[in-house]
Design a protein around this ligand. Structure first.
Ligand code: OOG
Ligand code: NI
Length: 457
């Protein structure tokens, strides 16, 4: 009898459900956020039967409130290499490189995610993975102390890496191996409240940068947040305080628009959790640590290179420091500033299509099929004007560095800002992965013609 094989997609599906159950049990407030997201999704689905129909047809409707991504923060190249192997078993591969040091966070990151459309449809879960940039710690004594602690950790059980080795030659595991793999791999992402450093070291790390305390003081790279999707992120943002959830100050990404663009994200502020410091197994001190939170995201149309350039250009002058904690800070000031800056950005589907800042896919309509479009060569615009062809947004499947830094910052507190004048080190990051990072954004390749160049004014 042939042995049943488990595919990467099967394993990712089981893993994402298991990690969701684990995180909801560990962080009950995250469960409350997921419920809020599910409640909020009811209204847009009721109000827009066409969207509901599309989501039902694609099978998306059942997974609407399920997690789209989680995040971990790693210490060393070896950990990055190991996680790359482990996540590949579950069909997640490195896509895009983000240097967050320029936004004051001493890490570089990638997102491990499915890369085939079919795999994304089956289960779109991915893991935003950041690696500490130790070289950015300026204090030489602290640098040396951290380097010693870093060397000591093994984040995966040897059996997990052994199973990854069994998977690698032909890309599958038996059902029994797959179950064992997912169960054991999950342990790496579990929270442990025992610190692995002394209280005095923890305090020093915390004083230098909260992120350092988070990355250096614990046994494993516990998942620090999970993120389901929402159809109305503004409603989630408003709904959080009503359910006693303390929300991040502003939504990251573009402002609310008629035609939603790229990606918008918000989160609840990281919770204060009890941690314990031990010596020879005995508790010697207790403390608190603030790092784990819950996030939601609303994904919309992917930008072309021109659209993305324009987006970055318009966003750049919006002062980040205003939104993250200045005394006269006010979310509505930030939002009206953003809206003013983006006034020149097309907010109409026809214009977004004709001026090409965004990606669409085309499909022949029943009328187009019936007509057969015989008799003359048609241009795309003519086919659309005659309702023979329709165009639908292609969803953006990656992250935005400024937004990611905003999510980081708001969950590290408001006092950790610092701009590192560092060179990004993508080549070193790829060398640690022993893999090339794929380009993300849309899953399409090839240049697009521009007929109405966009300008940032
Ligand atoms: C990662 C923050 C970035 C996102 O959704 O942009 C992120 C972290 O906090 O470790 O997850
Ligand atoms: Ni996130």
């Amino acid at each position: 009898m042939a042995v049943q094989r488990a595919t990467p997609d099967d394993m990712r599906d089981v893993f994402s459900c298991a990690i969701s159950d684990m995180y909801r049990a560990e962080v009950p407030q995250y469960g409350a956020l997921v419920h809020l997201g599910a409640d909020v999704n009811v209204e847009p689905l009721r109000a827009d039967p066409e969207m509901r129909g599309k989501l039902t047809k694609s099978g998306e409707i059942d997974r609407l409130s399920l997690e789209r991504h989680g995040a971990v923060r790693l210490r060393t190249s070896q950990e990055l290499f190991d996680i790359r192997r482990v996540l590949a078993v579950m069909g997640m591969h490195p896509v895009d490189y983000y240097d967050l040091s320029v936004a004051g966070v001493p890490v570089q990151s990638t997102a491990f995610r499915p890369i085939q459309q079919e795999a994304l449809r089956r289960n779109p879960f991915w893991v935003f993975t950041s690696l500490l940039r130790l070289e950015l710690i300026e204090d030489p004594a602290l640098h040396a102390e951290v380097a010693t602690v870093l060397a000591a950790r093994q984040i995966f059980k040897p059996r997990v890496l052994e199973l990854a080795g069994l998977f690698e030659p032909d890309g599958a595991l038996t059902q029994a191996q797959a179950e064992e793999f997912v169960r054991e791999a999950l342990e790496t992402f579990r929270w442990h409240s025992d610190a692995t450093v002394e209280l005095i070291t923890y305090e020093k790390l915390h004083g230098a940068h909260r992120l350092l305390a988070h990355i250096v003081s614990f046994k494993g790279p516990h998942i620090n947040h999970l993120t389901p999707r929402t159809l109305d992120i503004d409603a989630v943002q408003l709904g959080m305080p009503r359910r006693w959830i303390s929300s991040k100050a502003v939504i990251e990404g573009p402002q609310r628009r008629k035609c939603p663009f790229l990606l918008r994200q918000t989160s609840f502020n990281a919770l204060e959790e009890h941690i314990v410091f031990r010596l020879d197994g005995c508790e010697v001190a207790a403390g608190t640590h603030t790092a784990r939170f819950g996030e939601v995201e609303q994904r919309s149309i992917a930008a072309t290179a021109q659209g993305r350039w324009l987006y970055d250009e318009l966003l750049a002058p919006v002062p980040r420091e205003v939104q993250i904690g200045a005394v006269d800070w006010n979310p509505s000031t930030y939002e009206s500033e953003l809206s003013a800056r983006f006034r020149s950005f097309p907010d109409d589907w026809a214009e977004l299509h004709s001026r090409e800042p965004a990606f669409f896919h085309y499909s022949v309509t029943p009328a187009g099929r019936a007509s057969g479009c015989r008799g003359q060569p048609w241009t795309v615009d003519e086919l659309i004007a005659n309702a023979f062809l329709r165009f639908d947004p292609i969803v953006y499947e990656d992250f935005l560095p400024v937004s990611a830094a905003g999510i980081f910052q708001s969950n590290l507190g408001t006092d950790d800002q610092k701009n590192y004048a560092a060179q990004c080190s993508r080549a070193q990051f790829e060398a640690a992965l022993e893999d090339r990072i794929c380009a993300g954004g849309h899953g399409l390749t090839g240049a697009k013609l521009m007929h109405a160049p966009l300008q940032a004014d």
